[in-house]
Design a protein around this ligand. Structure first.
Ligand code: ADP
Ligand code: MG
Length: 232
């Protein structure tokens, strides 16, 4: 199903949370790089899709009721062969039925293991006064504990994108701290502008959370994505 029809279908079904698979499909159709994710609805299919994608593979729970997958044992990284994938599938189903009883499970998302990068977050939320705003920050502890994030109102200008990256306190981490290679700042600017356009063109998106995005010396990739829709 093409992206925008997917939003309508989800809303018609009374759903507000798109799965990671759906969210990434929408983003990649809009030209934003993601670790592509395929939905498997059985153990056998998870094994088949992982050998198709190639190892190491990642399995994640796909559910429209589960927003934070690793909290309920719903993320299994670095699976090196078909046996690992089968075992991870069984473990995940057990863990999720304990950790999130009653959740409606669509299946598992099968994806390639992304090469390590610097973890960032990008997101959109709607401010009662300013409407959609884009958020940018460094991932993990830095965003959760230190709230080291920058915001700009949609639509972003190229100057907004350039400024918000440079104004976070963690900017030196991106800009070649202590002889580390600098990340591709131009790709981050482009990513923020793409994201601004993406949400601007889709007003039924209420909230969007890309956490993490991996930044590299060449480009970036969205590793996890969550889209929340407005009530229909
Ligand atoms: P959650 O719903 O808990 O946020 P994530 O999809 O963000 O789940 O996965 C948790 C963590 O696992 C991520 O922060 C990232 O570090 C790692 N991870 C997830 N998917 C991949 C992937 N495809 N490649 C490499 N690392 C990944
Ligand atoms: Mg995440």
């Amino acid at each position: 199903m093409a992206g925008n029809d997917m939003i309508t279908a989800a809303q018609d079904a009374g759903r507000r949370l798109l799965t990671e698979v759906e969210s990434k499909q929408l983003l990649s159709e809009a030209g934003i790089p993601t670790t592509s994710a395929l939905l498997a609805t059985s153990r056998e299919e998870a094994i088949r899709l992982s050998s198709q994608i190639g190892f190491p593979a990642v399995l994640k729970i796909a559910s429209t009721n589960i927003a934070h997958k690793s909290d309920v044992g719903g993320v299994n990284l670095n699976l090196s062969n078909e046996d690992d994938v089968g075992r991870a599938f069984d473990e995940m189903m057990d863990a999720v039925s304990t950790g999130s009883p009653g959740a409606e499970i669509q299946g598992v998302s099968v994806q390639a293991m992304a090469r390590p990068g610097i973890e960032l977050v990008m997101g959109m939320s709607k401010d009662p006064q300013f409407g959609p705003v884009i958020m940018f920050g460094l991932g993990g502890v830095l965003v959760e504990v230190l709230k080291d994030v920058a915001f700009r109102i949609v639509p972003l200008t190229p100057r907004d994108a350039a400024e918000m990256i440079r104004e976070i306190k963690g900017f030196p981490v991106l800009d070649g701290y202590r002889g580390q290679e600098s990340v591709d700042i131009a790709a981050l600017e482009q990513g923020l502008l793409q994201l601004s356009r993406f949400v601007d063109e889709r007003p039924t998106i209420k909230e969007l959370d890309l956490n993490p995005v991996f930044a590299y010396s060449d480009g970036l990739t969205v590793v996890d994505a969550r889209i929340v829709l407005e009530d229909a």
